[in-house]
Design a protein. Sequence first.
Length: 348
Amino acid sequence: MKIGVLTGGGDCPGLNPVIRAIVRVSLKLGHEVLGFRGGWRGLLENDSMPLGREEVSGILHRGGTILRTSRTNPYKVENGEQRLLENLEKNGIDALIPIGGEDTLGVAVKLSQAGVKLVGVPKTIDNDLMGTDFTFGFDTAVNIAMEAIDRLHTTAESHDRVLVVEVMGRHAGWITWYAGIAGGGDVILVPEHPFNVEDVCARIKRRHQNGKDFSIVVVSEGAKVATEGEYDEDGSYVLSSMKKDAFGHVMLGGVAKVLAEEIEDRLGFETRHTVLGHIQRGGSPTAFDRVLGTRYGVHAAELVHEGKFGRMVSLQGNRIVDIDINDISGAIKELDPDLYKVAEYFAD
């Protein structure tokens, strides 16, 4: 059997361990593996590379993806689906393993419905993909954000400043909550709970009244404000740009700057902002993400070998299982409300 592999969407620590595991297991089971460069773009353009033991040797600890990636949406390209199907046939691909998040696997769902034999592997640092408890890359991103918050604590305390830290999280606040709790954030703001600027300022003011001359605010890039007048009651994103990617998502960013300016204007406290951005995606994966990625890759290769297609590998508890890939469509896994309540105890 000849197996195709691609990585789509944003890069993510742990992708290379997945690729390595798929190749090593597939070769041992007697199969051939072909990688498509640049996600769906590589399959559209028929840009591929053979994947053998030599190609995946020494990549376990490396961040990013040796197959490269892109946010290409083949369904926004003329005859996109037909081109994908033709190139799969040209290369003699019997089964495909796409590795990606909501958008990449959304394309996979459509291809599965079109008859392509495939097994999906969930990937996103945001941990907001339905059907799995955790995605690889999330643990690495949380640790990077936590370390940054640790470092910001010392400079905030030294200068009696308020520091606003913006972390990734478009629709869900998993990274923000975990990093904020682990890093001792004083105010944690997530997309699931639109915030009121006056309430944020009141919390910071109470800290100062209680003898704390500095504060750390941790906010998701997709956090929403719910202030009467300028914003809708249901909340709206704080945006620095209205640009959109190939899947129609607005490119977020700017909430930390806006919030820092509001805090300084309203309270008079010296306030600075820091945007961690793509730092959270880079570097070597943690031990947890290396192991999780490896387990995902092994199970995906086994499913292909067994002819169990239309599935997605999943972590449930401590077990790697698989679910119907159609079950992940159209929903975001939001932060557990009970977890958010924990942050409220440390708000002042």
